[in-house]
Design a protein around this ligand. Structure first.
Ligand code: FAD
Ligand code: SF4
Length: 320
């Protein structure tokens, strides 16, 4: 790790202005400190955002719930009312890493975590994502990589919370310059689709303040498949949300994780599911639409049948 300076600002204004001079935000530190120890990142200054006067609460509202950026993943996992209203979010939180990680990791840090591609994480490899000119995963070890990408980097988004929050139509409230902007989860990751160097759409001084989740009375569910029971990211994950009457679905969202640089959702599948009674055939057809344009690489074709199964299971969990 290279030497760095450390600041613990007391206002959002000073956090943002400090980050502008080769700074990086520090929340739980699980991802950023790992990057620094591995010489992937060498910020001049770490700007601790854990003590900022931003909400650290999970707050119900008339139309939406607010979760502060510094709420830990454990706090989401263990919140009884949140579990009742947004079970998909609670399930996604409960699957993150391990209890130790969840006790420390924050919402903002989880959403803004960087690529897990092993080439990116190798200190001596200067791939496209680090400003180089080659994606080594294309013809290399691409077992954990994307089935879809809008640019030559095939490293997928791995944040569990992003997948569940996308299905719930949540917004991230971000301090950008002097303003607060509300980004859909699709907006929060859109740049990673276009730009191989981007992990998400945040600039170095964009600070996530909180997320807002509309309480539209929809059911939600989340499932993932990983290689290990804990201490591991998902090979593929799936979140779904819908209004459910009997087995009839409306306002449906199905979102896949770990298959694209963005939470992967296909409007045609949402349109197809609208008003349908869910059965095996409907769930299988929806999976076919969502995975229609999948482009597996040499070592990640196994993700397609896993994604098909997860879409079916997660949709069934909504009506089960
Ligand atoms: C073994 C292991 C297994 C894991 N498994 C999973 C898993 O299954 N699912 C999963 O989702 N994650 C998994 N993770 C990742 C882990 O959840 C994230 O590293 C963690 O959530 C990051 O949160 P943090 O608060 O520690 O962020 P930090 O490490 O402090 O920050 C992470 C990034 O976010 C930026 N940042 C922090 N706060 C903000 C903010 N408010 N606004 C803007 N940017 C900000 C930082 O500058 C940094 O770039 C795993 C990690 C490990 C080590
Ligand atoms: S997938 Fe992305 S992060 Fe991995 S080697 Fe290719 S360009 Fe780098």
């Amino acid at each position: 790790m290279k030497p760095f300076q450390y600041a613990a600002p007391r206002t959002v204004d000073s956090a943002v202005s400090l980050a502008a001079d080769q700074g990086r935000f520090l929340a739980g530190g699980i991802d950023i400190l790992g990057e620094m120890k591995d010489y992937i990142a060498s910020p001049r200054l770490l700007v601790n955002v854990k003590d900022l006067p931003v909400t650290r609460e999970i707050t119900p509202g008339k139309e939406s719930w607010t979760i502060g950026t510094n709420v830990t993943i454990s706090e989401i996992e263990q919140h009884a009312e949140l579990k009742r209203i947004f079970p998909g979010l609670q399930q996604a939180a409960a699957e993150v890493g391990s209890p130790q990680i969840r006790n420390v990791a924050t919402v903002g840090g989880n959403l803004a975590q960087h690529s897990r591609c092993w080439y990116y994480r190798h200190r001596d490899i200067h791939c496209l994502k680090k400003g180089g000119d080659t994606c080594y995963a294309h013809d290399g070890e691409n077992k954990y990589h994307s089935l879809f990408s809008g640019n030559p980097c095939i490293s997928p988004v791995v944040s569990n919370l992003a997948i569940a929050l996308a299905a719930l139509d949540a917004r991230a409230i971000v301090r950008r310059g002097r303003e607060e902007v509300a980004l859909s989860i699709a907006d929060l990751y859109a740049k990673a689709w276009e730009n191989p160097e981007a992990h998400n759409s945040l600039t170095g001084t964009d600070l996530i303040l909180r997320v807002q989740i509309p309480d539209a009375g929809r059911r939600s569910a989340y499932q993932q498949v990983s290689e290990k029971a804990s201490f591991d990211w998902a090979l593929v994950s799936c979140a779904a949300a819908a209004t459910v009457e009997g087995t009839k679905l409306s306002k449906v969202r199905v979102v896949l994780g770990a298959v694209a640089p963005i939470p992967w959702q296909v409007q045609a599948a949402h349109d197809f599911l609208e008003g349908k009674k869910l059965d095996d055939d409907v769930a299988t057809q929806a999976a076919g639409i969502i995975l229609k344009d999948a482009t597996p690489r040499e070592h990640n074709g196994y993700k397609v049948p896993i994604a098909q199964a997860l879409i079916r299971r997660t949709l069934k969990q909504l009506v089960g």
